[in-house]
Design a protein around this ligand. Structure first.
Ligand SMILES: [Fe+2]
Length: 194
């Protein structure tokens, strides 16, 4: 299954049309089409509906991702390998690995986001703002290899790695609106920029 998380933490099914490229769907072609989609479509959900089938095709073509994978850092619990970057490039395109048992901060991304699980399972916890910086938990969803979870810019989540093996995911994010990006403390009911 594929999911879309709203600003209120509602977990909705993300439906999209299957799409077949007419030649191997290489990263540069995916990134070019991604730019076109972002220019043409302004609704984040509709953007993700257009991007998701292209991510599926890219992941099928990109057998080289196996060698781009960096195991999670033992101390920090995670590692990132950027798949594409250049100076001032606004999008985030990367593989992320998390070690077994790790949990993330509670955060939003302040931009649309897509996470495709390549290996393992992560439980996503969803939160919503109540008053000021206070948040409350509204639900969770386990996302496993072969599934995608996508986020509205205000969606607040945290992840918990399930199982005994590191998880690997392909992550794609739009241009971060930094003043709107926060990590939250659910006990102190505070938020801070990061
Ligand atoms: Fe996240």
């Amino acid at each position: 299954m594929n999911w879309f998380i709203t600003d209120d933490g509602d977990c909705q099914s993300l439906e999209f049309q299957a799409w077949t490229p007419y030649r191997p769907y290489r990263l540069y072609r995916f990134l070019t089409e991604l730019e076109d989609i972002l220019e043409e479509i302004k609704s984040d959900r509709q953007r993700l509906e257009a991007i998701a089938p292209r991510v599926c095709e890219f992941l099928e073509t990109a057998t080289w991702l196996d060698s781009a994978y960096v195991p999670p850092d033992a101390q920090r619990g995670w590692s990132v390998s950027k798949l594409y970057t250049e100076q001032d490039y606004p999008l985030t395109v990367q593989l992320v690995s998390w070690k077994p048992g790790a949990t993330s901060t509670i955060h939003n991304h302040a931009t649309w986001g897509l996470v495709a699980m390549l290996s393992g399972c992560e439980r996503n916890h969803f939160w919503r703002r109540t008053e000021g910086d206070a948040i409350e938990k509204v639900g969770d969803r386990i996302v496993c290899e072969g599934e995608m979870i996508t986020f509205s810019p205000g969606a607040i989540h945290s992840i918990e790695v399930l199982g005994d093996e590191p998880t690997i995911s392909f992550n794609l994010y739009g241009e971060t609106d930094f003043p709107k990006r926060f990590k939250f403390d659910a006990i102190a009911q505070t938020a801070e920029h990061f």
